[in-house]
Each structure stands twice: as C-alpha cells, then as structure tokens.
Design a protein around this ligand. Structure first.
Ligand code: B1N
Length: 660
C-alpha cells in the first residue's frame, strides 16, 4: 500500500458572506453589487443589471457552503456527465437556498419583480425542437442531461457533499429557426452572459489535448469522432486530477486505500468511461501505485448508470483510434479484459460461451472496437438502470456479467422533475369540489401562460378551453412520434427552441401527453413522470417508467396503449411474414399527408377509439379533474430528491452535511 504522508496546512475557512434572509439587507447587498459590477454602468439599474447584481449577491451567499465542506472533509460524491441541461440558474439557486421570498421582497423594494429578473437568464443548452401540433421533436438529447442537472439540485436540497463535473462548451446545440425552406441552424453562443462562472486561475491541470468547442461535434467524420473522444478524455482527466488534488490536500495526510471511503464517482452513462483507466493510470504513473491497489481503488470508487439497451446507442470506440490517442489507457483496458476473461474461465466456465458478447475488446474485423458499457460493468462496484423494466432487461439480456459479482444492484430509478404545483396533496382531495375548483384554476392559469408564450413565438392563438395534448421527446423511431403525427396532422403549430424554461410552461399547462414508445425500448423516459406529476394524464405503452407510473397512480387513470413488451416479438414476426394488417386508418392518414391538404380535411375518420374515450372523459370535467389530481398524488416516488437520497445511502455511502 502506498503511503503518502504529506500533511497539508490546516485550512481555516474565511468568514463567509452571511446568508441573510432580511429583505432590507439583501436590497443593500444587491445595490452594492450594482455599484461594484464591472460589466455595466453603476448608474443604470435595468432588469439586466438587476439580474447580474442579484445573481452575484446569491452566489456570494453560497460560498459558505463550499467552505463548510472543506472544513469537515466528509466523503464526497462527484457526478460525471458529458451534458447538463440546466434551467434558470438563479431560480434554482434561490429555490435550493430557500430564500425566494426574501429576494422577491428585496427586489420589490428596488422597483423590480423577481419573476421578470429571472427571465433575463439566457437558457443554456437550448434544445432545438419542432412542435408539430404540440408534438415536440428534439434533435438533441433530453432526459440524460436533464437528470444530471436535477440531481445537482437535489444534492443541494439534501445538503449532500456532492457536485458535478462537466465540460464548459462554448456552443450548445444550435438554435432552430423554421422557414418555408426547412430548418435553419444558428450557432448557440450560450456563454454570452454568465454571472455564475468562477474562474479558478490557481487550478491548472495538464491534459494532453484541449479542443472542445461544441457539444456533440458531428460524428459522421473521423475527425468529429476523435474530437468527441478527446472531449470525453478531457472531462475525465481534468476532473480526476482535481479530485485527487483535493483528496491529497486533506488534513493529516492520506493513504490511497482510503480514497474510496472519501470519494464516490458516478458515471452518467458510458460517456465518461475513460475515468476508469485514468483513475488507474494517474496514481500508477505519478505515485508508483501497484496494479492491484489501483484496481482496488478504482473499482471501489466508480459506479455506473446505464441509460439505454438499444445496441446502436451503446458506445463503441475504434481500437486503432484509441491506441493512437491513449496508448497507456489502452494497455490498461487490455489488461482489465484479460483479467476478466481469466476470471470467467476460472470461476464460471458455464458462462464461457457468453464471453464473445461480454468481453470488453471486440477484435472482430473489419472494425475492432472497445465496448465502453462492458468496461463499465466489469469495473464499477454498482451498475444501475433507470426504471424497473429497464433494469430487468439489463440483468436478463445485456450484462450477464453482473451476476458474477453477486446480486446485480440495478434497482434504482432515476427521475427528473420540473415545475409542479408546489403543494402537498392527498388522494382524499380528489373528490373535494372546492379543491377541484382550485386545481382547475391552477391548470387554467398554466394553460394561459403557455398559450401566451405560443402566441408570442408563433403568432397563433390557442383556446385555453381546448385539450392540450403534448408529446415532448428526442426524435427516435421507437418513440413513435410519427405514429402520433399521423393522429394529429390537422392541428399543427410551430413552437421553436424547446428548453427547460419552455418545459416549465408546457408541462404544467398540459392535460394529456403521449408516451407511446414500443414496449421494451425506452429505458425509462423522464417527461412521463413530469407530466403525470403535474396532473397531466398519460397515454402510454407498458414501457420504461410508464409501468411504474401506472402502478403508482392506478391503472384506472392511465390510458393504456399498444402491445406489451412480451407481445412485441410475436407482432414483429407477424409483420415480417406479412401477416400483420395495420389499421386501414394508417393508410388513410398517409394518403392524406401526401395530398398536402392539411387544413381543410375532415379529420374525424382518423381518430381512433382511444381518442374517442379520451374526449368523452375530457368532457366530463369532474372526472377529468379527479384523475388529474390523483395523477399528481401518485407521483411522489418519481421526485429526484428521493432518488438522490437513495443513491446517497445505497451507492455512494455519503451523509448529509448541514451548514449551521
Ligand atoms: O436517458 C433517459 C431515459 O429516460 C431515456 O429512456 C433514454 O433514452 C435516455 C447518447 C444518450 N439514453 N441514452 C441517451 C444521450 C446522449 C448521448 O450522446 C445517449 N439518452 C438516453 C434518462 O435516463
């Protein structure tokens, strides 16, 4: 065991800016930042300046929390993710600190409205979308990045000594503008204004490459792929060097064997997998740690979350590219693979026939690749899926290898949450006429807010009494947006640039939402939880987290759609043998689209029986409201605070660290 008995100088936290809840003191503090700010004239106090000054005031209040963690040196968790889909940072920060009312009052004293001020924030990582009759098609990614940001919020809410590492992309995904010619893509320079960034000039770590301008460089070309790999390595290397340097700075020196009792690293999918060989490499190269110790440290530190089982979405990197770029890391990966193969042969000869799909290095020509998910499964101490059904699939089909390490721990659901009504309710309220009225007016207010935004963006006005039926998802065949479009072609609007702020409007303002992916394909889905929690009823298949939502809220308030996962293979066979006869209305809808006559067509024949049921329910207002209330009541289990509390206990072994 390597001993590195360096004792660091004792750190006494400097007095932090006090976290005051007194509106007068806050107003004075905001004023101070207005005068101090170097970005704007001190004589102006427009919403933009007010936003900056407020953000800086809040940011200073947060410093105390960091210092507290340094002083107490508890075990920390670090969440590694190649993407974080943030919403409004200011709203999040004051929400998590519980100082929303105090800041609202302080701004009032200064002649501003908090609601107006937070709107000044430029929404980061805007996801381009097209809403076709309220079907939002995202060309970027959704749940995975949003979960990462929700988790950071929940870590803060729960006072956990935890944080995230990600890349500071210069450009997010492009902004979308729709013209008659089609989609126009505009560079998204989202870093224009960010009062939240703190540059640490004193922390510099050597990483061999530094090129990372764009989130999702096109991977159609070899150079695009290489850039993505470099980005991934950059994230892993710089983050681990920072973590190790903080670990070494702790009082009383350190031994490497205690690293896993001080640090937990969670990999958000396989994108940061290079953290595994890098955590082996850094202490072996820099401090002469032996292989066995390095392997022990790495495997006790790293946990992995899988977000998909679709074979085409599982990351594979070309072996020649990896050898060229990261030869030392490839040596380590090769060694891990050899170790793993030997272990299976020794301990589970009955599983040897599975080795070709279980091993990390796939040597098959013409494209020998490294399978990143397999490397994670072999090396992580815990692997989890993102919904019950998904975890079963993981266990059963994909990674038999987990069973080698005792019972697989894929049991945790990950959820993300936006908006919400913000009050505690019980199922007994669902029949209460007064409560139903309040519920209806809250929903109506959200619908009006959404309608007014749609009208600003598109010029179209929408009757708030109509049924708002919404599908928001990354574009993929299995999510079956096309199916939904076929059922919605005569009601189309254009709604651009879907992002977290739009979601906060859209989700509370909707009453019915589509989650109709082919059963067995969607790992979890996250917007399904958000819609259900916001009292929006769901049409869904028995896929991903839909299964659990239906269990929690009750099957009678869930509009079930389509085949079950176990029926899908039979139906596919049918289709292959041309025995499957689609509903004639599909043909009608396709002909209709080809005719190009969207506006004038009588749509009635295309409505299927499920829609008939839905409209019948919708017209019975009391019944609909009751179902909507019960949907929210049943969604407690999908709140990310609860998920993170479970991670903290079951995977990370970290404790709350409360700031007095
Ligand atoms: O992660 C979500 C799940 O709710 C969805 O079911 C799942 O499809 C989604 C490569 C991904 N899986 N894989 C990705 C994202 C970015 C990328 O570059 C893959 N996203 C999901 C949250 O668990």
């Amino acid at each position: 065991m390597a001993e590195n008995g360096k004792s660091s100088t004792e750190k006494v936290p400097a007095a932090a800016h006090p976290l005051t809840e007194n509106p007068t003191e806050i107003a004075t503090d905001i004023n101070y930042h207005v005068k101090l700010n170097t970005h704007f004239s001190p004589f102006k106090f427009e919403p933009e300046q007010a936003f900056f000054a407020t953000a800086e005031s809040v940011r200073n209040s947060m410093g105390g929390h960091f210092l507290y963690f340094v002083r107490d040196n508890p075990k920390h968790t670090y969440y590694f993710s190649m993407e974080f889909l943030q919403g409004r940072a200011l709203t999040n920060a004051i929400g998590n600190l519980g100082i929303e009312n105090a800041y609202a009052e302080a701004l009032n004293k200064l002649g501003h409205e908090l609601e107006e001020i937070v709107e000044q924030v430029i929404n980061s990582s805007k996801k381009p979308v097209l809403v076709l009759n309220c079907i939002i098609l995202m060309t970027g990614n959704g749940g995975l990045g949003r979960i990462a940001s929700c988790f950071l919020d929940s870590m803060a809410t729960l006072n956990l000594p935890a944080g995230g590492y990600g890349l500071r992309y210069k450009y997010g995904l492009f902004k979308q503008r729709n013209t008659k010619q089609g989609q126009e893509e505009i560079a998204e320079d989202w870093l224009e204004f960010s009062p939240w960034e703190v540059v640490r000039y004193d922390l510099v770590y050597p990483v061999r490459f530094f090129i990372y301008a764009v989130l999702y460089p096109g991977d159609a070309t070899e150079s695009g792929k290489l850039l993505r790999l470099k980005q991934q390595f950059f994230l892993c290397s710089a983050s681990l060097q920072d973590i190790i340097s903080r670990f070494k700075d702790q009082r009383g020196g350190y031994t490497w064997s205690e690293f896993p009792s001080k640090i937990a690293v969670q990999l958000n999918d396989t994108h940061p997998t290079l953290a595994i060989p890098e955590l082996m490499c850094l202490p072996m190269e820099d401090e002469g740690l032996g292989w066995d110790e390095a392997w022990d440290v790495t495997t006790r530190t790293i946990a992995y979350t899988n977000h998909t089982v679709l074979p085409e979405a599982l990351e594979k990197w070309s072996q020649p590219v990896m050898w060229k770029l990261l030869p030392c890391h490839m040596e380590i990966i090769e060694e891990i693979d050899i170790m793993f193969l030997a272990m299976v042969k020794d301990t589970r000869p009955d599983l040897e026939y599975k080795l070709p799909s279980m091993c990390i290095l796939d040597h098959n020509p013409p494209k020998p690749v490294v399978r990143m998910a397999n490397l994670c499964v072999v090396s992580a101490h815990t692997v989890n899926g993102v919904a019950q059904l998904h975890s079963y699939t993981l266990k059963a089909e994909l990674f038999v290898v987990t069973s080698l390490y005792g019972p697989p721990s894929s049991k945790i659901r990950l959820t993300a949450l936006l908006g919400g009504f913000g009050f505690a309710i019980q199922s007994s309220f669902a029949d209460d006429a007064n409560f139903q009225d309040e519920w209806a007016s809250a929903k109506m207010a959200s619908k009006r807010r959404l309608a007014s935004n749609i009208s600003c963006v598109t010029g179209e006005s929408i009757d708030p009494n109509s049924l708002y039926d919404i599908q928001v998802k990354r574009i993929h065949e299995y999510k079956r947006q096309l199916l939904n479009i076929l059922g919605a072609i005569d009601r189309w609007y254009l709604f651009q640039n879907y992002n977290v702020s739009v979601a906060e409007m859209l989700i509370p303002g909707s009453e019915l939402s589509q989650h109709i992916s082919t059963a067995g394909m969607e790992a979890s889905g996250t917007s399904n939880m958000k819609f259900a929690l916001n009292g929006c009823l769901i049409i869904g298949t028995l896929d991903g987290a839909n299964v659990e939502i239906r269990e929690e809220i009750g099957e009678e308030i869930f509009f079930l759609f389509g085949a079950r996962a176990d029926e899908v293979p039979r139906l596919r066979k049918y289709q292959e043998n041309r025995l499957f006869e689609p509903d004639p209305r599909f043909e009608e809808a396709k002909q209709y689209i080809r005719s190009g006559a969207f506006g004038s067509y009588d749509y009635k024949p295309l409505l299927d029986s499920l829609e008939d049921v839905i409209y019948r329910y919708f017209r019975d207002r009391k019944r609909w409201l009751k179902m909507s209330i019960l949907s929210t009541v049943g969604c407690g289990k999908f709140i990310s605070d609860q998920t993170i509390a479970q991670y903290a206990k079951e995977i990370w072994n970290i404790q709350e660290c409360r700031v007095p």
